[in-house]
Design a protein around this ligand. Structure first.
Ligand SMILES: Cc1ncc(COP(=O)(O)O)c(C=O)c1O
Length: 391
């Protein structure tokens, strides 16, 4: 057993650096065809067939883990419909996401309310619509949920390492180990149905060991729950499954091997679910925008796109790096890249090596940008929201 664990660990480390598994990506010919129709504003071109492939691959890799798509990643109704057709469930952050799902015919019981901080009015609304499962990570949220819906089924979001995640989510949420017992005791006192554990390893997580640690911690919490008479029935291993950009990533198969090994000894009456967002939509899409102008400032070259941090390209501001493509083939020079607004925070990157001959009017293509792009975009400064085209 130890040999196997050591061998697996070695394989994971090797794979994490030299990922040889083929990853899908939207075929660029579809982008070229869309541009032939004309261009008026930035757009995201999504291939729903690739969403289907990703959903199937996720399920095939982890047959015991039910995927519940994180709607926030890309809430386009056509994307959601494809998930429904593939038998994927959902997790939500707000009641407008819930309404969207209900309007598409998703049963409320398939929807998990995974935002650890929910307005009382939102809880009342979700409860009235039939949502059964609610997350919490504090005593106050436990009391709030129980006061609105005494028979709510609840899962505790615990703190877990976000080491090696390009978009860390630790810090804002997740009960610290030292506070878990007090929440469990309060659940017993309130006769509340605290029945599960969840964690989030951080988005675009390139370190499979974070899931192993999260699952081990969850098992300890299950034991603490059982000790006081609670009945754990849910393990929710959250999101974080990465897609290919410019850094090496472990494939879903490598991550799945770690997760499958970690969940193998869980009792059969514990439902295991995950909340993939990025993994199911990112590499099914290209984000396309255009250079509105270039400039030289203090000897440095700048280019300005018609989509910046307010127009869908916000994730670069926290360290995520897209592959950036253009039709130019000139030698590379360091560019500063900014969005079109007058706000000085709307700067995307410095020293990005791109062709020196990029000019006003050129198209910029960001592969694998189907998640957290259009979902983040606003009309700030009067610029239009990007279009979403779904094939
Ligand atoms: C509670 C919750 N679940 C799932 C996700 C999806 O994460 P990812 O897109 O990294 O898979 C998020 C993302 O922020 C989240 O907050």
């Amino acid at each position: 057993m130890q040999m196997r664990t050591a061998a697996l660990q070695k394989k994971v480390e090797a794979e994490a650096v030299f990922d040889t598994h083929p990853e899908v990506s939207l075929d660029f010919k579809y982008v070229q065809a869309a541009l032939k129709e004309g261009y008026t504003k930035p757009f995201l071109l999504v291939d729903s067939n690739l969403i289907r492939n990703k959903a199937r691959r996720f399920k095939a890799t982890m047959p015991l883990v039910h995927p519940h798509y994180a709607v926030k990643a890309n809430p386009d109704p056509r994307v959601l419909r494809t998930m429904i057709e593939e038998g994927v469930g959902f997790e939500i952050a707000s009641i407008s996401e819930l309404d969207l799902l209900l309007s598409l015919g998703v049963p409320a019981a398939e929807v998990y309310y995974s935002n650890p901080m929910k307005a009382r009015a939102y809880l009342e609304y979700a409860a009235s619509k039939g949502v059964e499962w609610y997350v919490l990570d504090s005593i106050e949220e436990l009391r709030k949920i129980v006061s609105v819906k005494p028979d709510a089924k609840m899962y505790l979001r615990i703190d877990t390492p976000n080491i090696g995640s390009d978009w860390p989510l630790a810090g804002k949420f997740g009960t610290h180990a030292s506070e878990i017992q007090a929440i469990i005791n309060e659940a017993v006192k309130l006769k509340a149905d605290l029945a599960g554990v969840t964690f989030h390893v951080g988005s675009q997580c390139r370190n499979p060991q974070n899931w192993r640690v999260g699952i081990e911690r969850a098992k300890k919490v299950f034991a603490d729950m059982r000790r006081v008479g609670l009945t754990p029935r849910l393990l929710n291993i959250g999101g974080g499954y990465p897609v290919r950009h410019v850094k090496p990533i472990p494939s879903i198969e490598v991550i799945g091997e770690v997760i499958n090994a970690a969940i193998a000894d869980l009792p059969k009456d514990i439902r295991i679910m995950a909340e993939p967002g990025r993994y199911l939509v990112s590499d099914t899409a290209y984000f396309v925008c255009r250079v509105v102008g270039t400039a030289t400032r203090n000897g440095k070259r700048w280019m300005y796109w018609d989509a910046g941090m307010f127009g869908g390209v916000i994730e670069v501001t926290e360290g995520l790096r897209y592959e950036i493509l253009s039709d130019r083939t000139g030698h590379s020079i360091p560019w500063s890249i900014a969005g079109p607004t007058c706000d000085s925070v709307d700067i995307l990157m410095h020293d990005e090596m791109l062709p020196a001959d990029i000019q006003e009017g050129d198209f910029i293509y960001l592969p694998n940008a189907g998640a957290y792009t259009t979902a983040y975009a606003s009309n700030f400064n009067g610029f239009p929201l990007p279009d979403v085209i779904v094939l």
